[in-house]
Design a protein around this ligand. Structure first.
Ligand code: SF4
Length: 254
């Protein structure tokens, strides 16, 4: 049965929720659905999802959907957009798919200022495969492949995705980092990212800080402490690059 707060752009059939209890993916997808509703673009959206827990989003939206190989959502959605520029094309992925396996696609699509919207969920590890270290894993964080905690001397610091995208994109790009802990702010970012594409300005990118209590092995209190206290120490939340017309002279936010 349709819940009163369920975005109209979500599928209306009642289906069991596929994410683990406490997972942030559902919150991120709801923010995206509400942004699609607000802009009234449901019949124009193409949704692309990656391998990993992000693929569980493939039947959330009542829109045409394409599911791709791991890390390949960005080029697939780029191809759809080039073939059908009137559509609103969204690529949805996790941090393993976007920053490790698919990083070259992300960098080059951003540098070309492809007129697509990429939403990347950062939960600081690989979710579906059981909690291995990802580029975003925090220093000292224990994962299946860093049982003594991530050592940045050996494996580098947490990857700064939006900052990288902001550095390689030309004017017109929109880049932000939101969190499932601040849903209204996240929804506003989703609206601005989609509007950027609708207005033909170019690449729009949102990294979403999200929770994975299953692989973090955290209870509810610990989960939110990790999300709201630990992660923001390494990942700045806010808009990082906005189109020149909306920002100051160089399009950077203060
Ligand atoms: S493993 Fe983590 S990211 Fe995947 S559905 Fe469960 S909580 Fe969400």
């Amino acid at each position: 049965m349709l819940q009163p707060t369920m975005p109209k752009s979500w599928r209306r059939e009642s289906k069991p929720h596929k994410f683990c209890p406490g997972c942030g993916h559902g919150i991120a997808l709801r923010a995206l659905g509400q942004a699609i509703d607000q802009l009234g673009i449901q019949d124009r959206v193409i949704f692309g999802c990656d391998i990993g827990c992000s693929l569980l989003a493939w039947d959330f939206f009542n829109v045409d959907t394409v599911q791709t190989h791991h890390g390949r959502t960005t080029p697939v959605i780029t191809g759809v957009k080039r073939a059908r520029p009137e559509l609103i094309c969204v690529a949805y992925m996790g941090d393993g798919g976007g920053y490790a396996i698919g990083s070259q696609h992300l960098v080059n699509a951003a540098a070309r200022n492809e007129n697509i919207t990429v939403i990347l969920v950062n939960n600081a590890q690989y979710g579906m495969t059981g909690g291995q270290m990802a580029p975003t894993t925090l220093p000292g964080q224990k994962t299946e492949t860093t049982p003594y905690g991530r050592d940045p001397v050996l494996t580098g610091p947490p990857f700064q995705g939006p900052e990288m995208v902001a550095a390689v994109t030309p004017e017109g790009a929109y880049v932000a980092r939101g969190t499932v802990g601040k849903v209204r702010q996240l929804q506003k970012m989703m609206v601005r990212a989609l509007q950027n594409q609708m207005e033909g300005r170019g690449f729009s990118f949102i990294e979403v800080l999200s929770s994975c209590p299953t692989n973090w092995r955290t209870n509810a209190r610990e989960t939110w402490a990790f999300l709201e206290e630990k992660m923001p120490k390494f990942f700045n939340i806010g808009e990082i690059k906005i189109p020149v017309a909306e920002g100051d002279e160089d399009g950077q936010t203060s």
